[in-house]
Design a binder for this molecule. Structure first.
Ligand code: FES
Length: 104
């Protein structure tokens, strides 16, 4: 099972096994990681699941679709490496992925 490393704004780090076909958001929620609220449950309509993808992983993760970009544009903490974690589906290629959770 791929492992995703979540970096929290308080300096804590969590390595979580996330099933293939699940999402980076679901991995965080299932493990009760602070900072991923996921109000809409993964419907790409709340932007409370934003993460910053480690630069080394940007090409593997890929770009946000237009709908996701629209949601991110409403956030005041958006960066060039921001993604909505509910829109990052776990694949075998994402084993070792590193994401940072924005400060609340
Ligand atoms: Fe709402 Fe990701 S959980 S946009």
């Amino acid at each position: 099972m791929p492992v995703v490393k979540y970096l929290q704004s308080n300096g804590q780090t969590f390595e979580v096994d996330v099933p293939i076909g699940s999402s980076v958001m679901q991995g965080a929620v299932d493990n009760m990681l602070e900072g991923i609220v996921a109000e809409c449950g993964g419907a790409c309509s709340c932007a409370t699941c934003q993460v910053y993808v480690d630069e080394a992983w940007m090409a593997v993760v890929g770009e946000a679709c237009d709908m996701e970009k629209d949601m991110l544009s409403a956030s005041n903490t958006v960066r060039s490496n921001s993604r909505l974690s509910c829109q990052i589906e776990i694949t075998p290629e994402l084993d070792g992925l590193i994401v940072a959770i924005p400060a609340e």
